[in-house]
Design a protein. Structure first.
Length: 317
């Protein structure tokens, strides 16, 4: 766990806040005022991934960025499991504790199924949906086939399955402090010029010891064991969520979550949603293309005020 006051040479200058509602100290950033934008990270990142968006959007919005259990500045309890459903439970408790409404979900990587799990449980609290290389898993009939086809092509998921079968998964991921850069590169990180000692320290810091690696290990082990459970939305939730303003941004150099499988899932749920593909960005597109993503999100939020019907956006790129 990272010290609460750590800013990584001023690159993450946001005040640390905590809630004990999920049964552990869960860290979150809460910056700005206005409609709520809830940014959900994935594996093996933390709120640092959204530092540019937090600064860009907090001028007109209330930006909340939690660190999931076992990541970032949140605690890594030893007596908990780290499956998808556990993270959805934790997120739900955070949202209820802060009593958030009219939420704009911004979801990356496993933040996608996590955020959509929250949407299934509390559709009336969600106002807009934004996917950034994050699957919008919401009970689509083609979800299973998409996941299976993507796994067959993804070096990351192939390695997880093989390493778990051979008994190597825990040994490798318990050293995530040391091998964090190779993990990021394997998944699809394109901008090598960003790799400074400060940047590397920020992404490695949550995993200083094997005991700190339960989050990064738990997500991978849960995938290998089939332990993650997607939330099943009911008909009311599907109807409510499918009519919300929605935007999908996908870095096409993603080596882990291939757009050809997950963009159709987005389109099937949000037929009026907009899709933008960024050809020079990879899986960690908020690092590879922060300015483009910030501009697209700001424009989308401006054209689709919370609580208003979706506008038809004219594609610009």
């Amino acid at each position: 766990m990272i010290h609460r006051h750590e800013t990584f040479n001023g690159t993450y200058p946001f005040a640390a806040r905590f809630t004990a509602a999920p049964g552990f100290n869960m860290h979150y950033v809460d910056e700005g005022e206005g409609p709520v934008v809830l940014c959900l990270h994935g594996e093996p990142t933390w709120g640092y991934l959204f530092r540019h968006l937090t600064a860009q959007l907090s001028t007109n919005h209330r930006v909340i960025v939690p660190d999931h259990m076992g990541f970032g500045k949140s605690e890594t309890p030893a007596d908990r499991t780290y499956w998808l459903q556990d993270h959805i439970d934790n997120l739900e408790k955070l949202v209820l504790d802060l009593d958030l409404h009219d939420i704009t979900l911004v979801m990356h990587d496993f933040g996608g199924p996590m955020g959509m799990g929250l949407a299934a449980r509390h559709p009336d609290r969600i106002a807009r949906v934004l996917s950034i290389n994050g699957p919008v898993a919401f009970g689509q009939p083609t979800l299973g086939a998409a996941l299976e086809a993507n796994t067959a092509e993804s070096p990351w998921f192939n390695w997880i399955i093989r390493a778990a079968q051979e008994g190597r998964l825990e040994g490798v991921l318990n050293e995530s402090h040391y091998n964090i850069l190779s993990t990021l590169k394997l998944n699809g990180f394109e901008r090598n010029e960003l790799i400074t000692p400060t940047w590397l320290k920020a992404y490695a810091a949550p995993f200083a010891t094997p005991a700190d690696c339960r989050g990064v290990l738990g997500w991978a082990a849960g995938f290998a064991a089939g332990s993650h459970q997607f939330e099943n939305p009911d008909a009311i939730a599907k109807e409510k969520i499918s009519h919300l303003p929605a935007l999908c941004i996908w870095g096409t150099a993603d080596q882990t979550l291939h757009g050809k499988y997950f963009i159709p899932l987005f389109r099937s749920l949000f037929p009026d949603g907009q899709v933008y593909e960024l050809p020079q960005a990879g899986h960690y597109s908020p690092e590879d293309a922060p300015d483009a993503i910030g501009w697209l999100l700001s424009r989308f939020l401006g054209l689709n005020p919370a609580g208003k019907p979706a506008q038809h956006i004219i594609p610009v790129i």
